[in-house]
Design a protein around this ligand. Structure first.
Ligand code: 5GP
Ligand code: ZN
Length: 131
């Protein structure tokens, strides 16, 4: 059983901030910023490629609501709502989850994009072919 399934089952303790029939939200054990929260479905899905629409909608809607609550609670200046899918993308726990990370002016958290010179026409074509 994965570590988040164990948390959901109560086998591993966590700081829960929200729970309903299908979704749970806990404080991330390593707070990237104050209030860093993880929103997860109670049912196990490995990642965003595996989760079904119904659960995905429930998780994302909870993330949206909690983003409001958490930014208000800490008077944050903004937030990042993000998901890592696969090891290459930084996913370390293979149970789908969404990070809600409050942001504070001057915080030292780095979420950076680097630029690559790629052909946008080719990329668009490949994606449209895969649909
Ligand atoms: P990922 O890297 O998969 O997107 O995010 C996994 C997150 O889970 C990390 O930010 C990590 O700190 C958090 N995490 C890992 N183990 C535990 C745990 O046992 N309890 C809690 N609350 N968070 C955990
Ligand atoms: Zn799991």
């Amino acid at each position: 059983m994965c570590i988040f399934c164990k948390i959901i089952n109560g086998e591993i303790p966590s700081k829960k901030i929200y729970e309903d029939e299908d979704v749970v939200a806990i404080l991330d054990i390593s707070q990237a910023t104050k209030g860093h929260t993880l929103v997860l479905p109670k049912k196990h899905f490995d990642n965003i490629l595996a989760i079904d629409e119904e659960y995905y909608t429930k998780v994302m809607n909870t993330a949206r609501k909690l983003a409001k609550v958490i930014t208000k609670a800490f008077n944050a200046d903004g937030c990042n709502v993000l998901n890592n899918c696969g090891e290459a993308a930084g996913q370390s726990v293979m149970h789908f989850h969404v990070h809600v990370i409050p942001r504070y002016k001057g915080d030292d958290l780095k979420i950076e994009f680097t630029e690559h010179e790629l052909d946008l026409n080719e990329i668009q074509e490949e994606i449209l072919k895969a649909m």
